[in-house]
Design a protein around this ligand. Structure first.
Ligand SMILES: [Zn+2]
Length: 1190
């Protein structure tokens, strides 16, 4: 029965001969049997109903005509289509129920059942006691479940590796000691020559000085070397220590590596923990000099875990901000520098014949914490305000394994079964300084000429620009020179060295400009088609929308085997984690529609950055939200344009609002733009406030000035600040100008005045609506958890839009404004035609364009509830989400959101309403899960989700729309979450079918997440080990993520513990990029929560070192711990953890702990203030409706 509530196959599997027809609900008053199959299930002959009309029911068009639709549906005959029910309003046999439901109010109802005449037949009756195959426990796993994980072979190999590593360490230690005592400087090439190539050419000084010329003769000018034992190409330079101050700094010793030609840089005493331990350092802005051009030659080595390089930076004096004589300050992190030279630049490039070079004398030293390298020139030059210099140096930097800076990662080549290494980079936000000395801040834009030296065992090297030249560097080594980039900041520089392959799009699609190529491991080439298709759609859209052509001649997209972020917008070389780029087309591995949307959106986001962020860059990290907000918002626009069927703007109103409001509701939230002063600050600002709130605020601005003005302002901004930096005031000015020109922005308002209140303070408002005769009185207050705080006087400049039954506005441009300085209520006059208007609805914040919640007076809430079916789709979703969250913070009692929740019972196909319910419901699930009231809550929710699950089931018919596929998965998520056995048992059976034949996974992509998690939660160790085996085996990154998440669903404590330990074991196959995800899945499991806490407390030092500080993995772990913490002793546990962190010097996690403490306090408050009233309401419903609580 296609599209039916449970198809025959599933019914039989669970209940033998049970027939759907006996699941009936009887309304004795109406005397109409409410047969689920008749109402909800389109039969096989009515398949047309499902994809088309159901989609229409949830679309924006449907909302526009919702009134008319609803009145039509109320007069529909019995047996109306599911679309009519979903659209709104319910019709036919449900009419009486829906009407009464919407008039229902708990606080004045004594006998609900009598009023509703509603009878629910318990599952025991309709299942007829035939639950013969109740669970998966009896299933005997027919295979070799655990041998793979800790096989004998594994142990032997691991032991062998350990022995080899031990011997190597002893050898290296010996060599370090020996070299440390040797007075002679050693060059990287000398070391190389011991091993591979006696004719090796020493690495040259990069750049303008000697990049393309033979090594210069020995210098006669004194050349200070900051590191007494660091490298100096002895054939080219000599040390002259006399002019350099003796500098107490880390002693970086050169060692002879076993393989390769780059010496390893063992950590020195001073810097030993810097590479891995999360640290916090002030980010001081040094003015006085700015870079113009970097010439970088770098030779990264996997074997030595180091890069050997040389660098020339063309620098000019910058007296715009400071006129005093300042030293040149370069940012560095764990970098050893030698052979520093400072040369007065010739007046012009043509004069570059060496004759005009003038070596300058200087002092150099590492700065505080070895975080800078400072070059002080003779003060006699202070008079020269036009000074231009060439600073050249050699350096050794680290190749990390913490996914930051230049880092290494590997994969197993399935053909050779050998490990293949990849060198990749992640410089954003502040890790270019780990790769080479630089002015590492976004406003120090420069041109970059990058050259990479690679062993010829690596077949490819990529960087931001196309390759201009490749040549033999020395025996076994190739040098690739890349064209010079346009002016850009350091955080966008990128390169990759590997054996990955291209997908031949550039060769086959010659019409495409710029040249686009997708690189991945050879086995994944077939998974890149979807990504290319998306690029093909989005690039022309952006070029048209922005009115600016893409600036670079090529864009490479690369899936990197282990990648900390989702993706990174490096100009011309966009890097992705596998799951953000690859979409398998193979039926077995196919991705869910949600995953495909995610991939499309990430690609759209990164491409938008090629304009916003890359071409025009915010001046400083405090405006990070501008580039991220624009990239996110533009990705929605691009998707709306190319895939209107996704109805992606509706998703924005649930997804982005959830992300932002959840993080913006606490006292610990921060303004979207705050004073970024330290490394911690800059990492912390990459959070949902910058991304999601940024998106929402830009969309709000778009609605304020209208589409035409917004687009024109965007175009102007990109043209005016191309290759330069801008800040938000520049955007405000341009938007104001276009808003006034279009007449959308009142002449007495400017955008800065409006936006300052949203940008400079944390949080968001609740607008309270009160009817006063024919008028509305509006006032605002801050939405705050755990409860409203009258002492908080924050206020915002709020755009007001509203509609009534008689007024349909037709656009989103505000009709009224609440000004932040107003102390009086805003009175909106003549909203209703008469004072007798309690039956009339009014709703605010149309299409959720404004970043605020709305709280109505009781008359308005009741009117909205009564006419729920006639409201626009987005408004319905808004009401449910707002009501749930207003109750969470005690602005509203729980009877209102509970009655809106009951609408889900009826709105079977309203995808947006279900999505909107998810965040509020998850909060309740988490806070009730370990409480007695969960039993009642679960029963209530199971009752609510039953009709929808019975309609959709766990079988996907072919040709369902994107939205339907997503919606079915969401309904199943709730049904299984609330233990509706029709869901849990079918899920288990499907999983067992897969276990019987592992090569043929019968589970449809969209349902994998719910089926895997349910099967592992309900099943035994066999299911868990099977899943883990499939994790290691699958080539699909999205499949890996699905399984990773489900491994944390098990209820077996020892498996949860084992899983956590695997996250810090590199041989487990769990990548570092996924560590926080794996941890979170255990911490969000009611049984796993305490195990996760224990694991973190016991292993915190090891975790901090394993993950480094690039992606705040440890902070993410701490934040995910609080889900179930709602008791006072939990606070003490967190304080103990804070103490441990303090003792270990883990300062970077302090803010995460403060946030966690705040969340626990909020949970405690909710528990003591709201738990009991919610419990009473739930018990009232369950009792009156005689809902079976089992
Ligand atoms: Zn971004």
């Amino acid at each position: 029965m296609e599209g039916g509530y449970v198809n025959e196959e599933d019914s039989d599997a669970i209940m033998g001969v049970e027939s759907p027809a006996i699941i009936s609900y009887t309304n004795p008053k109406l005397q109409i049997p409410l047969m689920a199959s008749a109402i909800y299930a389109p039969t096989t002959t009515s398949t047309a109903v499902t994809p088309t009309s159901a989609t229409a029911a949830t679309s924006k068009n449907a909302s526009a005509c919702a009134s008319a639709c609803a009145s039509a549906s109320l007069s529909s005959p019995p047996g109306a289509s599911s679309a009519a029910i979903a659209g709104g309003g319910g019709g036919g046999p449900l009419q009486g129920f829906v009407t009464k439901l919407r008039n229902f109010r708990f606080d004045n109802t004594k006998n609900i059942r009598k009023r509703f005449h509603f009878d629910y037949i318990s599952k025991d009756r309709f299942l007829g006691g035939q639950l013969k195959t109740k669970n998966g426990q009896k299933y005997v796993f027919n295979g070799h479940p655990s041998g793979v994980y800790v096989s004998k072979a594994c142990l032997i190999i691991a032991a062998f590796i350990t022995v080899v590593a031990l011997i190597s360490t002893i050898g290296i230690t010996y060599f370090v000691t020996r070299q440390g005592l040797t007075p002679k400087e050693v060059t990287p090439s000398c070391i190389t020559s011991d091993h591979s190539d006696v004719n090796a050419t020493p690495i040259q000084t990069a750049g303008w000085v000697s990049m393309n010329s033979p090594p210069p003769p020995p210098l006669t000018t004194p050349t200070p070397s900051p590191t007494p034992t660091s490298t100096t190409p002895t054939t080219t330079t000599t040390l002259s220590p006399s002019t350099t101050r003796a500098t107490p700094r880390p002693e970086l010793k050169m060692v002879d590596p076993k393989v390769g030609d780059i010496p390893e840089v063992p950590p020195s005493v001073d810097v030993e923990d810097n590479s891995t331990k999360p640290t916090n350092r002030p980010l001081k802005l040094y003015e006085g000099w700015r870079p113009l051009h970097y010439s970088l030659l770098i030779e990264p080595s996997v074997e030595a875990s180091a890069s050997n390089g040389s660098l020339t930076i063309e620098i000019e004096r910058d007296v715009a901000k400071v006129t005093s004589w300042e030293p040149i300050v370069l940012d560095v992190h764990n970098i050893s520098i030698s052979n520093v030279r400072v040369i007065r630049a010739p007046l012009s490039k043509q004069a570059n014949n060496g004759s005009e070079e003038q070596e300058l004398e200087f002092d150099s030293d590492y700065g505080d914490d070895n975080a800078t390298f400072v070059i002080s020139l003779d003060k006699a030059l202070a008079e020269e305000t036009q000074l231009k210099l060439l600073l050249s140096l050699d350096f050794i930097s680290q190749v990390t394994d913490t996914l930051q800076g230049v880092y290494k990662t590997s994969y197993i080549n399935p053909d050779t079964r050998k490990e293949e290494w990849v060198i990749s980079t992640q410089f954003s936000p502040i890790d270019a300084r780990r790769a080479f000395p630089c002015f590492d801040r976004p406003d120090m834009k420069a041109n970059f000429s990058v050259s990479i030296v690679r062993s010829n065992q690596y077949k490819m090297a990529l960087s931001n620009m196309p390759k201009s030249h490749s040549s033999r560097y020395r025996r076994g080594y190739v040098r690739d020179d890349f064209m010079t980039t346009p002016k850009m900041p350091t955080y966008l520089v990128a390169f990759i060295v590997s054996n990955m392959v291209d997908s031949r799009y550039a060769a086959l699609d010659s019409e495409m400009s710029p040249r686009v190529e997708i690189w991945t491991r050879p086995t994944f080439v077939d998974m890149t088609h979807y990504a290319y298709k998306m690029v093909r759609k989005f690039l022309p859209y952006y070029e048209d929308y922005f009115g600016v052509k893409n600036k670079l001649p090529k864009i490479d997209l690369v899936s990197v085997p282990d990648f900390g972020f989702g993706a990174m917008e490096n100009w011309g070389l966009i890097t992705f984690r596998d799951s953000a780029l690859l979409v398998p087309e193979d039926q077995e591995l196919a991705s869910s529609s949600e995953h495909m949307q995610y991939v499309a959106q990430i690609i759209a986001h990164e491409l938008a950055h090629q304009w916003f962020g890359n071409l025009v860059t915010p001046k400083w990290w405090d405006d990070l939200w501008l580039k991220e907000g624009f990239a996110c918002y533009m990705s929605y626009k691009a998707l709306e344009h190319s895939h209107p069927e996704f109805q992606i703007m509706d998703t924005l109103t649930t997804l982005e609002f959830k992300e932002s409001m959840e993080h913006d509701a606490d006292n610990t939230s921060h303004a979207i733009s705050f004073d970024v002063r330290s490394t911690n600050d800059v990492r912390r600002i990459f959070d949902p406030i910058s991304y999601s709130k940024g998106t929402i605020l830009l969309r709000m601005l778009n609605s304020i000035v209208g589409d035409v003005a917004f687009r024109s302002a965007t175009r102007d901004l990109l043209k005016k600040y191309a290759y330069e930096n801008m800040d938000r005031d520049d955007l405000w000015a341009i938007l104001t100008q276009h808003g006034h020109a279009e007449g959308t922005l009142p002449k007495d308002l400017n955008v800065k005045e409006i936006m300052d209140s949203w940008i400079t303070q944390p949080g968001y408002p609740v607008v309270t609506v009160e009817r006063r005769g024919m008028d509305l009185a509006l006032r605002q207050e801050r939405y705050l958890l755990p409860s409203k705080n009258p002492a908080d006087l924050s206020s915002w400049f709020i755009p007001i839009t509203f509609e009534t039954e008689g007024l349909h506005k037709g656009d989103n441009i505000p009709s009224h404004w609440m000004r932040s300085q107003d102390e009086e209520d805003l009175i909106v006059t003549n909203v209703f035609a008469s004072s007798n208007n309690s039956e009339n609805v009014v709703y605010l914040n149309l299409n959720r364009q404004g970043y605020y919640r709305v709280n109505y007076d009781m008359t308005s809430w009741l009117a909205l509830k009564r006419k729920f079916g006639s409201l626009p789709t987005i408004t319905r979703a808004q009401l449910l989400d707002d009501a749930l969250h207003l109750s969470q913070a005690e602005y509203l009692s729980y009877d209102i959101p509970l009655t809106f929740l009951m609408e889900l019972y009826n709105a079977v196909s309203d995808e947006l309403l279900w999505s909107a319910a998810k965040p509020g419901l998850n909060y309740l699930i988490n806070n009730l899960k370990r409480e007695p009231a969960y039993e009642t809550f679960r029963a209530f929710m199971k009752f609510i989700v039953t009709p929808a699950f019975d309609h959709y089931g766990l079988n996907e018919p072919d040709n369902e729309s994107h939205l339907q596929l997503k919606h079915r998965a969401l309904v199943a998520y709730f049904a299984c979450k609330f233990n509706y056995d029709r869901c849990t048992q079918v899920a288990q059976r499907k999983f067992r079918d897969w276990m019987k034949d592992p090569k043929k996974n019968p589970i449809k992509p969209n349902l994998k997440s719910v089926i895997y998690c349910t099967a592992l939660a309900e099943g035994s160790s066999a299911e868990w080990y099977f899943a883990y085996k499939q994790y290691k085996k699958t080539t699909s990154a999205s499949e890996k993520e699905e399984i990773l998440t489900s491994l944390g669903c098990t209820t077996k404590p020892w498996l949860l513990s084992k899983y956590l330990n695997m996250t810090i074991n590199p041989t487990s196959g769990i990548l570092k990029q996924d560590g926080a995800l794996a941890f979170r899945t255990v911490a969000s499991n009611a049984i796993g929560h305490e195990i996760a806490f224990d694991f973190l407390q016991s292993n915190i030092k090891e975790i901090a070192e394993y993950y480094g500080d690039g992606f705040s993995t440890l902070s993410e772990m701490i934040k995910s711990l609080t889900i179930y913490m709602n008791k006072d002793y939990h606070k003490h546990q967190l304080l103990d953890l804070a103490d441990t962190c303090r003792k270990l010097g883990l300062k970077a996690v302090e803010s995460a702990i403060v946030l966690a403490l705040e969340q626990v306090s909020n949970n405690i408050h909710w528990h003591s203030h709201s738990y009991h009233s919610l419990k009473s309401f739930l018990e009232g419903i369950v009792s009156e409706f005689e809902i079976n609580i089992f």
